[in-house]
Design a protein around this ligand. Structure first.
Ligand code: CMC
Length: 447
């Protein structure tokens, strides 16, 4: 084989990142110089975009364990240190000092709003809360026992049939109208999915209420009596929406970006994200976690038995609400949620056996060599369900609430992707491992 030839690779203009030298890679006598890209917090990446063109080789990384799909200026996450920041602001500060609408503004527009900006954002959201009357009839078509995530995903997708005046992904004004519509209408769509399951009349939104108060009103009010929103519930819900609002390139956000990369409209892209979130390894873990805690309780509350079961690979059982692809330390969101959980249950004088079991389970798991070695800690889904239960929210709605929080992040990523000068349709490659070319066999000759 001849001496390796070096083919330098041009550094693409990765938005926000700096180039920091080149790495020389030799494959089968072909050599490429690959740029190293560095982010603002010092994270480093090898830009392999031109690797195949120069060496004929691609990279393989099932589950994208070591693959960055983009640069992003929205959320910083350090899984080793347990750090989470939106647009540079620590999650702990945002949870203590801002509300969800303010955080949504921050994620989507990039800066904290002034009071005028926030007022006009809130006003706009409160004027888009109703859904088209014809959409209400959709709810009659779903079976009574339909999972609300299925209903919410379908109705969000159907928004693109009712709001065709705002679907052009290249028109900033249309995009903004779609964004406000979606943020305003998702609580209505979500609450209606619950009302459908209990056979109660759908309650219209009330524009004099805040984002979370309005949602609780649509969930729990009935037309025949007065309903007062408990401010502690509204505050707890607000905190939960904030801590769920973004988490960089997770499965559902990557789905939103992937679908959006084909220039599919915002409603279609978000509907796909809702489907991705539904799975029990992702947002569906909050429902799966409470069901697991109930199962442990019904089985006598022996948490050690279930920790042991989770360690047996062939049991097919995992501790739901435990472990994370990125966090190898205590999930900072779980800390905030547990603190609110403690406060809320104490204030309401609620003694939920599920909370006791969760705390015992955490204690036993965190002292166990298997969980220590693998750095498995409680994640965002471990304690959130206990708060939802205290508020009277049924278990099937837990993942819908995750979607309501994550909506702001999905939108921010969808917009960021569209603004990127390096935007391309997402289209991974593969290594084919099937049959080589073979002759077609007529059906009469097949054995
Ligand atoms: N219980 C028992 N063992 C676990 C768990 C768990 N919850 N999580 C990971 N492990 C083990 C796993 O078996 C593997 O062991 P080994 O190295 O011996 O094969 C090791 O830890 C690494 O796990 P992995 O599955 O390779 O890690 P991953 O990064 O692919 O998966 C995860 C991350 C979140 C899917 C996984 O931890 C899990 O299934 N957790 C339970 C579901 C859950 O709580 N999901 C919510 C995640 S946070 C919110 C969100 O993203 O929506």
């Amino acid at each position: 084989m001849s001496a390796p030839t070096t083919k330098p690779v041009a550094v693409p203009p990765w938005p926000g990142a700096k180039a920091d030298g080149l790495v020389r890679l030799e494959i089968n006598g072909e050599s490429a110089e690959l740029p190293i890209i560095v982010g603002t917090e010092g994270e480093r990446a090898l830009d392999i975009a031109k690797l195949r063109a120069t060496t004929g080789t691609i990279t393989l990384d099932e589950g994208y364990v070591n693959t960055g799909s983009t640069t992003s200026a929205i959320t910083y996450l350090d899984g080793e240190q347990g750090i989470l920041r939106y647009r540079g602001y620590p999650i702990e500060d945002l949870a203590a000092k801002a509300d969800y609408v303010e955080v949504a503004y921050l994620l989507i527009y990039g800066e904290l709003p002034t009071s005028d900006e926030l007022d006009s954002f809130r006003t706009s959201l409160s004027h888009h809360t109703m859904i088209h009357e014809d959409m209400r009839s959709f709810y009659n078509g779903f079976p009574r026992d339909a999972h609300p995530m299925a209903i919410v995903g379908s109705v969000v997708g159907a928004l693109s049939t009712f709001y065709q005046d705002s679907l052009d992904v290249r028109d900033p004004r249309q995009v903004e109208v779609s964004v406000h519509r979606l943020l305003a209408k998702l609580p209505t769509i979500a609450a209606y999915s619950y009302k459908k399951s209990v056979g109660q009349p759908l309650m219209y939104p009330r524009n004099d209420l805040g984002y979370c108060e309005n949602f609780l009103q649509m969930m729990f009010a009935v037309p025949c009596e007065e309903y007062h929103v408990d401010p502690d519930f509204a505050d707890a819900l607000d905190m939960l929406l904030i801590v769920h609002a973004d988490h960089e390139q997770n499965c559902s956000t990557s789905t939103v970006r992937m679908v959006g990369s084909s220039d599919a409209n915002l409603f279609a892209s978000i509907s796909a994200g809702i489907s991705a979130l539904w799975g029990p390894l992702h947002g569906g873990a909050n429902q799966a976690c409470v069901e697991m805690l109930e199962r442990i309780g019904a089985d006598g509350g022996n948490v050690k038995k279930y920790v042991d079961l989770a360690k047996k690979k062939d049991s097919g059982f995992r501790l739901m609400g435990f472990g994370h692809r990125v966090y190898k330390n205590y999930d900072p969101r779980a800390k905030l949620i547990k603190a609110t959980c403690d406060k809320l249950l104490a204030k309401l004088s609620i003694r939920d056996p599920i909370f006791d079991i969760a705390q015992q389970l955490e204690e036993v798991a965190l002292a166990d060599e298997y969980f220590i070695e693998r750095k498995l800690y409680p994640n965002v889904d471990f304690y959130s369900g206990v708060i939802y239960r205290a508020m009277g929210i049924p278990v099937q709605m837990f993942t819908v609430l995750f979607a309501m929080g994550r909506l702001a992040g999905w939108i921010a990523h969808w917009i960021e992707m569209h603004h990127s000068p390096t935007k391309k349709i997402c289209r991974p490659r593969q290594i084919y491992t099937g049959e080589k070319r073979r002759e077609f066999i007529p059906i009469t000759q097949r054995t």
